[in-house]
Design a protein around this ligand. Sequence first.
Ligand code: PEP
Ligand code: MG
Length: 753
Amino acid sequence: MLTTLRRIVLAFNQETELVNALQHLVVQVKDAMTTECCSVHLADHESEHFLLIASDGLAKESLGRVTVGFKEGLVGLVGQREEPLNIANAHQHPRFKHSPEVKEDEFHAFLGTPIIHQRKVLGIISVQQKKARQFNENEEAFLVTLAAQLATAIANAESRDAINHPNDLLHKTHIQGIPGSMGLAHGQFFVSYPSAQLADINLTKDSDSTLQSELLANAVSKSIADFVRMSNQMQGAISDEALDIFEMYRQMLDNKSLQDEIGQKINDGWNAQSALKLVVDDYAMQFDALDDPYMRERATDVRDLGNKVLSYLQESSYENQHYPDDMILIAHEVTATMLAEFQSKGLKAIVSLTGSTNSHAVILARALGIPTIMGIGNVPLSSFLNKEALIDGYSGEIFISPDAAKIQEFQHLIAEENELYELVSEVVDLPAVTLDGKSIQLLINAGLGSEFDSGMKHGAFGIGLYRTEIPFMDRNCFPSELEQISWYRKVLSSFPKQPVIMRTLDVGGDKALPYFPITEDNPFLGWRGIRITLDHPEIFLLQVRAMLKANIGYGNLEIMLPMISGVVEVDDALRLINQAYFEVRSESNVPVSRPKVGIMIEVPSVLFQLSELAKKVDFFSVGSNDLTQYLLAVDRNNARVADIYDSYHPGVLRALNHIAEQSQKDLIELSLCGELASEPAGALLLLAMGYDKLSMNSHSIAKIKWVLRHINYRQAKIILAHCLELSTGKEVRNYLNEQLEMLGLGGFVRAGK
Ligand code: PEP
Ligand code: MG
């Protein structure tokens, strides 16, 4: 059964058009289950009906025409109940709906199962048979397993169709992703490819078969030359057995029948990349379907080989990609480094196939004020190439090739956003104080570099979090002490009279250093932050020494330790900081000041040791991004569980409130530097809890100042008290949004004024 399932799903993924893929699917399923009819209905949620899309058994004329309401017929019932329905005689069922045009009178047995992706019913797959009988357990299990495996593939194929055929018969006009950074944009896609992947290729035709054959021959010969060179280089360094792999690859590529097959596809009208994909996928599928595990492994070899040739084929086509003026950057996984690279090239918006709301790339995108959408799923990147689109970073929607009316609607909203931005800029240099006189300090989260010039303009009180790992990322080796001193002096001098909190290196999780690779099964629960630097005192000491030396003459440095989970880590880190301090002092002939040291509150265990920790350090800063992740046991970077990651979850809010209350009792300085601080509703709640320092991206300072200057502290406390009584994150968010609308601040949480 497994092999048959694998074969059917692989074949489905090979098709470029959803309707064709489903039509092939029903034929294969009918055959595999030796039944007499198999059909797929897809859900149209706007019109609230299922559309018969593919069938082997029902009348061909009815495909793409016949619909069944969500509350009608057996298909509707499967969708409503969200579970399989297995009935011996469909005609006798009270929900049976007679649709003469589908010509199903002769079928009696019916087994239907929903296809569900992320809790949403995408469609129904059903099989029917003339003889009135119940389908057996194995048949039911087969269909349920197939539906579960197909769900993601169908969701991705629907997105792909929305790009290739907007407004087609499924009325799919947009792709839904996870909102990352708020804002709207209108622009053109620029695709940043990772290393070449055949899976990302969108099948495309090209009539110039001579050119395509030349491109292919060129790529194949470059790949063969590479294998020969690699094999020669490795001789003596690796075993003969391992060397044989290069030889095997070379022979596979040299194989005439493989080249002929690709050539044939080119003659059929496919471009070289598509022809390669079709043939390689076909070979890989054949290997995949074999029972012998050794032979199945060969599928990976064939794909590797295909990707190698593809990389040479793409070399020539990338050269032709230009940077659009209004660039929407799209990549498999948008990284912080990409943002740094593209921000000066007209970057207007970002879309990432993977990743979620609080990944570090999104945090940086927010810092730059760039609308961002994450986790749209596995759609071939090349299908976005040069396409025009509208991006709604509030709702996570992407409208591909929009019509004039939609563009106009967006332009109107963008103009309103700009007006709002202008309006809030007016308060940038005014104090952050509520209508009834409660003041609060707003600080900047820094690390990208550009904040230092604009920092003062944004009216910040200092730097509440300098993520030192960011300058560590874009290089090939650890920086020297001297290099670090010069970076840190620049940061300290940007706010010479105000506090600058520098966090010690916080890598691991989704922040990798190219020259210090860490491979772990659970990176967010693994070697991260202080755990790494305590294990590598040489890196920690060097960094702290550089900070202390940079601080000479300024005296505004404060040091913060990330990912603290208990007192032992604090003791160890303080001992090292002390050591660095005495070293620097003994080397210096001018006075060296001893900075304040604080810790980040982001691991739940420390919530129960706050008083002990308060005696050891000078301040606490809550890292609500990680605290939310660890309290809710949800990976902040995983699109699949993005809706569980919720900083307004009552558990998170009560934890934040507890930290504030306890810190007031312990008389320790408290701030919050997670993304929650930059959200109007978040800032309102934190103010009410008693946080009197909020650190956020520089882009949000004016907005949050505006919000604070338009609310009453007393009223915020009443709103907080109500939120702390609510029992779900959704209730909290709905209530807060209502309150913001009532206060005239709704334009900060949705598109428009
Ligand atoms: C946090 O966890 O809230 C935080 C500010 O740190 P980072 O996002 O860099 O992990
Ligand atoms: Mg953190």
